[in-house]
Design a protein around this ligand. Structure first.
Ligand SMILES: [Zn+2]
Length: 508
């Protein structure tokens, strides 16, 4: 029997996937739990990833005509009550502010005082407060469209939390647009869906399915919800971004009316769309391995870690000087319009341990420099998308010149690997028995590993959707945008006619 290979993260993905995830987050120093239940501390390395997600998306939003603005954290309770489905969808997870002052209590502690006339809800999402503002801004068709995005934090009171994937407070962006016509709002919804798909593939190196949610999975109050869905390494789906066509329901609730070109008073058509720090959870579950985090170069807070190695004190000065020159040379190199991020790690610790700490953090490249490398004018390069024993020596200047191409090669290899994985675990399934078998763990001891994406026919009936959810905890992740291309067939549950396949999976 082969000797079990030692990994930097224990347990491995195969041994205990949920625990592996927590250990990767910890070892990579991405985030940690806080003194406030359900709320996380995002550490600098994790926040650096978020900053790059934010900057990448922000550029794409602006390139499609959007501008940023900021709206209040608090929403008057009466605003939330205006849209019935919306309030029903969020009521159970709202944090509510009822007082605005603290007074000394009888036992020396502080007690809330100054009860508010109307409670304020800490925003779970901002459709209602932004709608009230738009109602003031919009009088005429000349005031449309309004294309605004907000970068903010939101609160959805969650008790069963997991870092990045489900937390009571999280960071996100929420776009809110208002339009003159249904067609314009519909186009906006799909434009953003395309932005999200492009971002997932080109920045996150995560391939996604795109499509529409079923009525049961829609955003509360939306007419249509579109989504991108990614496959994690435990073969579950992660909803990574949503774009909602809100029709006129929120415009009616917030009274967003305008005078049309024909002089009639009309309700505007609105959309909303968002992605959150959940994307970082997705990055981990798609790319990380049994040695820790793997960050796609386009989102990496830093790109290269330089690790000076010396045994004797007299070697120290020379090696450090060589490494400082290398760092300077690298910082003068541009990667995708910005200087390379370089970490020169001079910590006084064991060289092996130091190297592994960067592997666990998922930095795309490590460069070791010892006295012999220095004498030869070369460096010892490790790629995070390859095994540690595939490291290679290279002349320093040659390496410096090659870094941008090397990073793009890593970016491409991560996307290709994730796509191969998703395709390998996506299956067309025709018969109910095969469908059940697909979603039944082969090994009952490791029930967290599931089939994947099942592309199967569905009659569009809620009862069939519900049966699958009840019996297998499997949901329709999306009705693919190109559903018709898969041809007609018979519903996997009831056998009634289906106009094309939809994507079924277990999900986060
Ligand atoms: Zn059916």
């Amino acid at each position: 029997m082969a000797k079990k290979q030692k990994t930097a993260i224990s347990p491995t993905r195969a041994e205990d996937y949920p625990e592996w995830y927590q250990q990767v987050v910890r070892a990579a120093e991405l985030a940690e739990t806080s003194a406030v239940r359900g709320c996380m501390v995002i550490r600098p390395w994790g926040y650096g990833v978020w900053e790059n997600i934010r900057d990448g998306l922000d550029g794409m939003f602006k390139a499609t005509g959007h501008k940023n603005a900021y709206f209040p954290l608090f929403i008057p309770l009466s605003f939330l009550e205006k849209e019935a489905e919306h309030v029903e969808g969020f009521a159970k997870e709202c944090a509510v502010v009822t007082h605005h002052r603290l007074e000394a209590g009888p036992d020396g502690g502080l007690v809330p005082a100054g009860e508010l006339e109307e409670p304020l809800v800490v925003r779970p999402t901002s459709e209602t407060i932004i709608g009230a503002t738009y109602a003031k801004w919009i009088q005429s068709y000349r005031d449309l469209p309004i294309l605004i995005n907000q970068w903010a934090n939101v609160v959805r009171w969650e008790m069963r939390t997991r870092l990045f994937l489900r937390t009571a407070e999280f960071l996100w962006q929420e776009g809110h647009t208002a339009h003159e016509t249904r067609e314009e709002a519909w186009d906006e919804t799909l434009t953003i869906l395309d932005v999200y798909k492009t971002f997932a593939e080109e920045y996150m190196a995560v391939p996604v399915l795109t499509g529409e949610k079923t009525a049961g999975e829609r955003f509360p109050g939306a007419d249509n919800t579109f989504c991108i869905e990614a496959m994690m390494q435990d073969r579950k789906a992660l909803q990574a971004g949503t774009s909602h066509f809100l029709g006129q329901s929120f415009a009616k609730a917030s009274n967003i009316q305008y005078q049309s070109r024909e002089g009639e008073v009309e309700y505007a058509w609105t959309t909303s769309w968002g992605v959150s720090t959940r994307l970082i959870g997705g990055l981990i579950m798609v790319h990380a391995d049994d040695n820790g985090m793997v960050i796609p170069p386009r989102l990496a807070p830093s790109h290269v870690a330089i690790l000076p190695i010396y045994r004797k004190e007299e070697e120290r000065e020379g090696v450090l000087a060589f490494c400082e020159t290398l760092a300077e040379q690298l910082r003068a190199v541009t990667y995708r319009g910005r200087p390379l991020g370089v970490e020169l790690d001079t910590r006084d610790m064991n060289a092996g341990e130091k190297g592994w700490s960067w592997v666990k953090k998922g930095i795309p490249l490590t460069v070791e420099v010892g006295p012999r490398d220095m004498a030869a004018g070369s460096v010892y390069v490790g790629r995070r998308d390859q095994e540690r024993n595939e490291r290679y020596g290279q002349p320093k200047d040659e390496f410096v010149a090659a870094v941008p191409d090397l990073l793009e090669a890593i970016q491409a290899s991560l996307l290709a690997r994730a796509r191969t994985f998703m395709e390998a675990h996506t299956r067309d399934i025709e018969a109910w028995d095969d469908f059940v078998a697909f979603f039944t763990p082969a090994n009952a001891d490791k029930p967290e590993v599931h089939g994947g994406f099942a592309m199967a026919h569905w009659c569009d009936g809620e009862a069939c959707e519900q049966k699958i959810n009840d019996e297998l905890k499997v949901t329709i992740r999306c009705i693919p945008t190109d559903r018709a291309a898969s041809g007609e067939g018979a519903c996997i549950v009831c056998g009634q006619p289906s106009s094309g396949r939809v994507a079924f999976a277990k999900s986060y």
